[in-house]
Ligand binder design. Sequence first.
Ligand code: XMP
Length: 431
Amino acid sequence: MIQSMIAILDLGSTENARIAREIRALGVYSEIFAHDIAPEALKAVPGVCGVILNGGENRIVNGAAIDVDPAIFELGLPVLAVDHNSPAHAADLEKWPEDSKTVLDAFIVRCGAERNWNMENFIADQVELLRKQIGNRKVLLALSGGVDSSVVAALLIKAVGDRLTCVHVNHGLLRKGEPEQVVRVFKDEMGANLIYVDAVDRFLDKLAGVSDPEKKRKIIGAEFIRVFEEEARKLDGIELLGQGTIYPDIIESGTKTAKMVKSHHNVGGLPEDLQFELVEPLKMLFKDEVRACGKALGLPDDMVYRQPFPGPGLGVRCLGAITRDRLEAVRESDAILREEFARNGLQGKVWQYFTVIPDLKSVGVRNHERYEGWPVILRAVNTVDAMTATVEELDWKLIHTLTERITHEVSGVNRVLVDVTPKPTGTIEWE
Ligand code: XMP
């Protein structure tokens, strides 16, 4: 089935992604293209039924205003030009109104677009496309248990079943219960070909005595690649590699006008000499669509609505040189925090929350005796894009419960502190 699609040509607007999302929310598929796409190429995009020229603040590139090929107007496709101040098309000049939904809705009608963008259709299309791309070949996937890799796994299992091999590397820095959940959901329930690699000792040995945060990150990243490569080389005849790339990764990697936000590394930054052809079924989805897709594929809610979790995991929350006892204390206190947040209706409401343990001890008292222990720091923040963040104002009663539980249930801890610092000046993580 070819679905209708509205093409957004990027003329330097920072609003491209928002507009694409709004169109999709109205039931029509939409994608962003570079402003200089050749008119023939645009006409040849499957399902294209309308074009939006989306101008904006980044319109001036190298001192000159960029523009589309005027032949775009001769393609016979309805064109909506917004904030598009080209003198040639001054008549089209319009600004996005407060309520762009009404304008977009009317434009969808003008394009005669079919409102058939939904998750059932997406999944059905992808299963067909994946089968076509993969054929009889085999696919490998690094399955971290994060939202994106989990949804890719579920989609590939549906499309090609046991021609998919998943590798889950447990580097010892995952949260409590995570490796077990990955094995339970994918191996036991979905019947995936899953290789579970217990690399805990290997990672912790490499990290022993390393206190510099950047060095810790580099060791974790490099070791991850090494472990994954070793597993990949043990397997014969695998030509394809699944990746959890999503649309914002592609948009952020830089269009011709937008400033590069960050260079995007694919999952685990796997080296090119592995020479795999990539399978990236989520590369046109926004995060909320990825979650909806996972839900439609039957993944559990706590996997699909999981809060963001950094690649280096608890390694950047066990401050300074990681020791096994302090790492366990981070893992246990994090589990208590998540449990209490869920119990108090804060799961899915607060963007990210976790515990941190610094490499210091203070004097305390337990059973009438002096007891030196670590403090646990509670951090709960809200943000839209992780560039800035505000602190969630926790209820005192909840803080008391957490203090009570953490100081009694987590070995080695004698104090609980609350981090009330927004970003800036703090970052979300401590390292
Ligand atoms: P910061 O600490 O920079 O964090 O305010 C912003 C967001 O990014 C996450 N984060 C990471 N994610 N690898 C990741 O995949 C990393 O090395 C990393 N460092 C921070 C952090 O959890 C927060 O959501």
